[in-house]
Design a binder for this molecule. Structure first.
Ligand SMILES: Cc1cc2nc3c(=O)[nH]c(=O)nc-3n(C[C@H](O)[C@H](O)[C@H](O)COP(=O)(O)OP(=O)(O)OC[C@H]3O[C@@H](n4cnc5c(N)ncnc54)[C@H](O)[C@@H]3O)c2cc1C
Ligand SMILES: NC(=O)c1ccc[n+]([C@@H]2O[C@H](COP(=O)([O-])OP(=O)(O)OC[C@H]3O[C@@H](n4cnc5c(N)ncnc54)[C@H](O)[C@@H]3O)[C@@H](O)[C@H]2O)c1
Length: 476
């Protein structure tokens, strides 16, 4: 297409992940452009949350053989059919992505799908790589983030993957080195080791999941080291080909660590896609991680002031990089686009997250260290309740799982909840609700029935273990 093509729209959306949900019936009689240079549906659907959890579940089944034997059940994991698992997962996902693409591209008269890279050249103007200028009254930037690669020699060698490609491997790796100690690294280390790969996870710092509460990070690091090989305080310095495999060199205080692998997963964080959008030339405000700054209404700011008609959401504009956060921001943007005279603001209280590793980790709110810093040690009550202290924990012979609660003594409100163990992501949900609804914790513990002997009793017991001051009229 020539440079002088100008297409006019009421709304232009960059990114078909969470951005795709903005096209509501409100736009039926208006013109919408949705632009995505990658696979339709974005990260969560194609290379993120959904496929990873579709691998994590069968991996959990494979790992359960070892646990079953401890309970007297002679289950044997005779191996996992990687190709069958992979093809089942992507057979489903690729069809959903293609269905969404087809719907937007071919079935909606008011919507044009551009499948190419775009830059923002002015407040209301985009330019596609092939030369089409897109002018839009409203622009929503939902361009997501991408995996960061450490710039070390050999990082481009075949066999080195990010989360974008590791799930499509032709075969299960025999020896996998996972570089990183965060979400992606810890989830994939569990998946591949459960299926039978010999996994070594290497982290630069002294513990895995270091952003978690210190007790959870320490407990997870121990638990992981019991399942796969964990190396800490080792910094990747170079990778080379050696005898038909990859050889990785890490710098460590006690001397170089050298690991051989046939496959490497690099998972050292993700950066927002603002650099490739050209936003620097527009002077838009950026956070230290490169994400766009937005005001409470999800409007992009410049010099602290909202830019007229420009909104942003998701990984490109937040520091959480979580799909449930992007989804909620999208709901706010939908409302504010459709109701400019009565805009609503984003509520970021009690943002939870879960790491679907083995064991699972889930958390909401402040860590103990953050709570003490915010409220002072005297006002903070904590409790750590082992799963093994409940009847369901006995049934599981659980020796690892813990619920850690952090509460404010004076108000008896929850400041943070941190769980490691079986179905942690489910167990944390009532605690999220308690924070959002400002529930009194004694009321929460005693004002409802807790089903006996469900694993949720560990949450009930953790609440009681906080030892919060009782008051007249408290439920019995
Ligand atoms: C392996 C992995 C597992 C994850 N698991 C979870 C999980 O379990 N739970 C959870 O809450 N979160 C998880 N996440 C995070 C979650 O996937 C992201 O927070 C979410 O998908 C972000 O959505 P988004 O709409 O902001 O961006 P995306 O879905 O990434 O969409 C952005 C789109 O914009 C397109 N784009 C970018 N720049 C341009 C441009 N200049 N021109 C044209 N198109 C462009 C891209 O091609 C992309 O498709 C995971 C992430 C990864 C990587
Ligand atoms: N279950 C989930 O919700 C889920 C799952 C996967 C990803 N995500 C989202 O995606 C984001 C990105 O995931 P991630 O695991 O890539 O990032 P992360 O921020 O969770 O972890 C990055 C890890 O890499 C290490 N690191 C950073 N730079 C390094 C370097 N140069 N060399 C060696 N190690 C280095 C860090 O110490 C950390 O352990 C997450 O923060 C999360 O928001 C969420």
């Amino acid at each position: 297409m020539a440079h002088y093509d100008v297409a006019q729209y009421d709304l232009a959306i960059i990114g078909s992940g969470s951005g795709n949900s903005l096209i509501t019936p409100f736009w039926d009689d208006k013109k919408v452009a949705i632009i995505d240079a990658g696979t339709f549906g974005g990260t969560c659907l194609n290379v993120g949350c959904i496929p990873t959890k579709m691998f994590a579940y069968p991996a959990q089944l494979a790992a359960s053989a070892a646990q079953a034997r401890e309970l007297g059940v002679n289950l044997v994991h005779e191996g996992s059919d990687w190709v069958a698992i992979r093809d089942r997962i992507f057979g489903r996902i690729d069809a959903i992505s293609e269905g969404g693409r087809h719907y937007r591209a071919d079935e909606l008269e008011n919507v044009d799908l551009y499948q190419e890279h775009v830059t923002i050249t002015a407040d209301h103007r985009l330019l596609t790589d092939s030369g089409t200028t897109i002018d839009a009254a409203k622009i929503v930037i939902a361009a997501g983030s991408r995996a960061v690669l450490p710039q070390v020699p050999g990082i481009e060698l075949p066999g080195i993957h990010t989360s974008d490609t590791i799930m499509r491997l032709e075969a299960l790796p025999e020896r996998l080195v996972v570089v990183g100690g965060g979400y992606v690294a810890s989830e994939f280390a569990a998946v591949f080791s459960s299926f039978g790969s010999k996994v070594t996870q290497v982290n630069r710092s002294g513990a895995l999941l270091r952003e978690q509460d210190a007790d959870i990070s320490a407990a997870f690091t121990d638990a992981a080291a019991g399942r796969w090989n964990v190396e800490l305080e080792a910094k990747l310095v170079r990778i080379e080909e050696h005898d038909g495999h990859l050889r990785l060199h890490f710098a460590r205080a006690e001397g170089e660590l050298v690991l051989d692998a046939d496959t490497v997963l690099v998972a050292v964080g993700r950066r927002p896609n603002t650099d490739t959008l050209g936003v620097a030339a527009l002077g838009l405000d950026l956070r230290p991680n490169g994400a766009l700054c937005v005001d409470g209404y999800q409007r992009v700011t410049r010099g602290g002031e909202p830019v007229e008609g420009m909104f942003a959401l998701g990984d490109v504009a937040n520091v959480d990089q979580l799909k449930h956060v992007a989804n909620r921001e999208a709901r706010v943007v939908v409302h504010n686009l459709e109701n400019p005279g009565a805009m609503r603001s984003m509520d970021r209280s009690a943002v939870p997250a879960a790491v679907f590793s083995n064991p699972q980790v889930a958390a909401v709110g402040l860590t103990e260290a953050q709570a003490v810093q915010a409220h002072g040690a005297n006002d903070v009550a904590t409790a750590i309740q082992p799963f093994g202290s409940t009847a369901y924990g006995w049934a599981m012979e659980d020796t690892e799982g813990i619920v850690k609660l952090v509460a404010h003594r004076g108000t008896r409100r929850l400041l943070g909840a941190h769980i490691m163990g079986h179905e942690a992501a489910l167990l944390v949900q009532p605690l999220i609700q308690a924070m959002v609804t400002d529930l009194d914790l004694v009321e929460m513990a005693r004002g409802q029935f807790w089903i006996h002997p469900a694993l949720s009793e560990v949450v009930e017991n953790a609440l009681l273990s906080l030892g919060l001051e009782s008051r007249p009229g408290d439920p019995l």
